[in-house]
Design a protein around this ligand. Structure first.
Ligand SMILES: [Zn+2]
Length: 409
């Protein structure tokens, strides 16, 4: 890790450095789907100027080696007997495509009727702005925290979650964590699905089209149909906290590249698919189930038995996660949220994910606020959400980082 010197010249009496609307617009205008370096260097500078201690840590991500994770710390005065809190957002986004279907140019940060548009604006650049604004507000108020407040701008959430894991391995181990990534106002995510990504390669015979040819695309469809059946059998026995969803277990066929020429039999077909699954299944049991389904297809097919498909795990693999609603951290969030907003929090499970298990501490999805179309066209964020979320997280931080569960220092 590279430790950078804390900026001692921060002028508390001056103008606020973090102007949420302007900063979010600036972040959206920096593309970060294939490289996060430019945006992370800006985050380093901003954390430094606010007055945080800043570290960077490289991770070996599937989207490119040596991606920079940024960690800012506001050190607590009594770290041994007070709780630390980590606020996490991620700098990477998914790609812009399909470009021709955007109504608002995806890197413009256009603002219209209180909404700002662009790729990554909700997922998760608003989260980066939010955590920086919270840290600056605490410093400007002169709040003295007992435990550390740690801010993370992670390099890779969308493709592997490697950024989070790398930080944990490097010794960043908070007592509690808020992922500022995808929760709407007055909602909090406490449970998420597991996920597994695969690439499958099926080969067929290399001939002209004829009735005896083994077609790789058709064999792929055969296997995928069985996998869809498997997913639907899991959906027959859904338990809480997922009974509120229709078909929470989902096989998502993301990409198929098959065949060579219209007059030929398809000799090759490569499919990428993901499987989102829920408790009580785990990575181990889902891997086994998928392997058994494919093996049954192979055993019952004259071509596949001699030409079995290859199945390669790619990028994403993690278990379902559930954070306890009885934890003292959740009670703190609930109390602070009601105090600041006057509204009750709605706990929700989600069929996506927020890498809740990455830091081995109670972790919830909270903020950045209202928005929509994450990963889709015309992704947007409602700027007024900052007015609620900044003071709410400031209050959570004050309450949690000054709690000690009865330890007397
Ligand atoms: Zn995200």
């Amino acid at each position: 890790m590279n430790i950078q010197k804390r900026n001692q010249n921060y002028e508390l009496a001056g103008k606020k450095l973090i102007q949420p609307e302007a900063l979010l617009q600036r972040l959206v205008q920096i593309p970060s789907y294939s490289s996060v370096e430019e945006i992370q260097m800006l985050v380093v500078e901003l954390m430094h100027n606010i007055g945080l201690e800043v570290q960077t840590c490289l991770s070996e991500s599937v989207i490119g080696n040596g991606l920079t994770n940024v960690v800012g710390k506001l050190s607590g005065k009594l770290p041994d007997c007070s709780k630390s809190l980590m606020l996490v957002a991620h700098a990477d986004t998914v790609p812009l495509e399909p470009l021709d279907r955007w109504q608002h140019e995806p890197l413009s940060g256009m603002i219209e009727d209180g909404r700002i548009y662009g790729r990554g604006v909700m997922d998760d650049k608003a989260g980066i702005v939010l955590m920086l604004a919270v840290a600056e507000a605490l410093i400007r108020e002169g709040v003295s925290l007992g435990g550390d407040l740690i801010l993370v701008s992670a390099a890779d959430d969308e493709s592997s979650g490697d950024g989070f894991r790398k930080l944990f391995i490097n010794g960043i181990k908070p007592d509690a964590c808020l992922m500022l990534d995808g929760a709407k106002l007055h909602q909090i995510g406490y449970a998420h699905a597991g996920c597994l990504w695969y690439r499958m390669h099926v080969v067929g015979s290399t001939t002209a089209c004829n009735n005896k040819a083994a077609n790789a695309v058709e064999k792929t469809i055969l296997i995928l149909n069985k996998l869809f059946q498997m997913a639907s059998s899991f959906n027959q026995r859904v338990q809480d906290p997922y009974t509120c969803f229709e078909n929470p277990v989902r096989l998502n066929v993301c990409k198929i590249e098959g065949g060579e020429w219209l007059g030929n039999n398809a000799a090759s077909c490569i499919t990428e698919f993901s499987m989102n699954f829920i408790q009580p299944e785990k990575l181990e049991t889902i891997r086994r189930s998928i392997a058994e389904v494919i093996s049954a297809c192979v055993q019952s097919d004259d071509w596949l038995i001699n030409h079995p498909p290859t199945l390669e795990p790619v990028y994403m693999a993690f278990d379902p996660y559930e954070s306890p609603l009885k934890s003292s951290f959740f009670k703190t969030i609930e109390r602070a949220h009601v105090k600041v907003t006057g509204r009750v929090l709605e706990p929700r499970s989600i069929t996506g994910w927020f890498h809740g298990a990455a830091f081995e501490c109670p972790c919830f999805l909270y903020g950045p606020g209202n928005g929509g179309a994450a990963h889709g066209i015309d992704e947007y964020f409602e700027l007024s959400s900052f007015e609620t979320m900044i003071p709410a997280i400031v209050e959570i931080t004050k309450q949690w980082c000054n709690s000690n569960d009865g330890v007397i220092c």
